[in-house]
Design a protein. Sequence first.
Lengths: 278, 172
Amino acid sequence: MRTIDTQEISDAVYRMATRAGLNLTESCRTALTCAANGETGAAKFALDTILQNAEIAKRERMPICQDTGMAVVLLELGQDVHLSGMPLAEAVNDGVRRAYRDGCFRKSICDPLTRENTGDNTPAHLHVEIISGEEVNLTFLPKGFGSENMSRLFMLTPAEGKEGIVNAVVETVKAAGSRPCPPVYVGVGVGGCFDSCAFLAKMALTREVGTSNPRADIAELERETLERINALGIGPQGFHGRTTALGVSIEAAPTHIAGLPVAVNIQCHCIRCEKETL
Amino acid sequence: MKQLTLPLSKEQILSLRAGDCVELSGVVFTARDCAHRRFMELLEEGKPLPFDPHGAFIYFAGPCPAPAGKACGSCGPTTSARMNSFAPTMLKAGLSGFIGKGEMNGATQEALKTYGGVYFAAIGGAGAFYGNAIKKMELVAFPDLLSEAVYRLEIEAFPLVVAHDAHGGTVY
C-alpha cells in the first residue's frame, strides 16, 4: 500500500493545466507544419498564422488560444494507493483554480441556465478509473467549446455497420464546416452505451495525433474516415484546401447486440493534452 | 497584403473581396452572446448602445486576463454563427461589420450586402497572436460579464481574411 497526499495530485493538475494552456502537443505542431506545406492562398495564410501563434504563445507565455477550455481530468488510480488529505475532487479543482488564476487563463465555466460564471473555471470534469498497482496516471485535456459544440452522438443499428460509422463521422465534420476551427482532430467512440460511448470519443482525443489504434481493422477505419473527411475540401478555417482534419482517432468497446453507438467529439487544431504519472 | 486602418470608408469596404488577406489596425469593440442579448434589449427599448455603432466593428471575442506588462491577454475570435440572430439588427443600427471565425448565415450575408458591411475571419485558435497585437484595452460596458463584457480594443495589424464581402461574395 502506498499513501499519496491529494496535495500532490492538486500540484500535478496545476502543472499540467499550466503547460497545456501554453503549448501545443509536439505531434500537433508536426501535423500542422506538414499541413501548411500542402496548402496555398488563405488556407496557407491560416496555417502559417497558427504556427506563428504557437511561437508567440511560448515566447510571451500567453495562452495559445483564449478558450482555455473546460478542464477534463482523467485519473487512473492504482488500487494499492491510499489517498490522504483533502477530498480528491477538491484537490483536482484546487489545481485547476490555481493554474487558471496564475496563468491568466480565461474562466469559461458558468451555470447552464443563469449563465453566471463560477469565476475560477471549476468544476473540472473528473473521471476516475481504478487500475492495478501503486501508481496514479493523470491526463489533462482543456476542451474548447467552439469544437465541442459541433460534437454528436448517434445510436446506429448493427445493420449500419462500418459504413454507418464512417458516414456518421463524415456527416458530423461536414455539418460543422468552418465553425470548429479546422483542421480538426476527430475523436470517435464506437460501442459501449449512450454515455460511455461519448466518453470513449473524448478519450480518443488524448491519443497523439498521427498514431493509429492497435487493432488493425479499427486503424483501417481511421484511415478511411480521414481520407473521406479530407476529400470534403473544407480546409483550414473553412478556406478550402486539403486539410480538413489532422487525424481521426477511434476507440472501441463492446456494446449490446441490439446497438451500435457512435460518438464524434471534435477537437480544434489547438490540441493541448498533458500527462503525468505519480 | 492590404493594410487597412479603421474606420473604413464605404469605398474601402466595397473594394474588399472575399478571400482577400488583410492586416487591420484601429479600434474595435468586443461582444459575444450575452452582450448581444443586452444590445437587443437596449435597441428594443430605444436606448443607446454602450458605444457609437456608426461605422464600428464588433470583434466576437472574450479575452483571457492580461498578464503583467500586456494590454490584453490571449484574444482570438469565437464562432460567429452564434451571433447570426443579432447581426442584421446590429448592421441596421449602423455597424460596418464584424470580426470572428467561421461562416455566418444567409441572412447575415444579405444584411452585409444591404447595409454595405464586411465580415472578416480571424484565424481561430491564434489567441496569443491576436492578444499580442492588442495595444490598448478599456472596459466599455457590462463588467459583470467578465471576459464576455464589452471592451474597446486598439488593434495593430490583425491578420484577417475577407470572409463575406459587401457584394454577396463568400470565401467559404
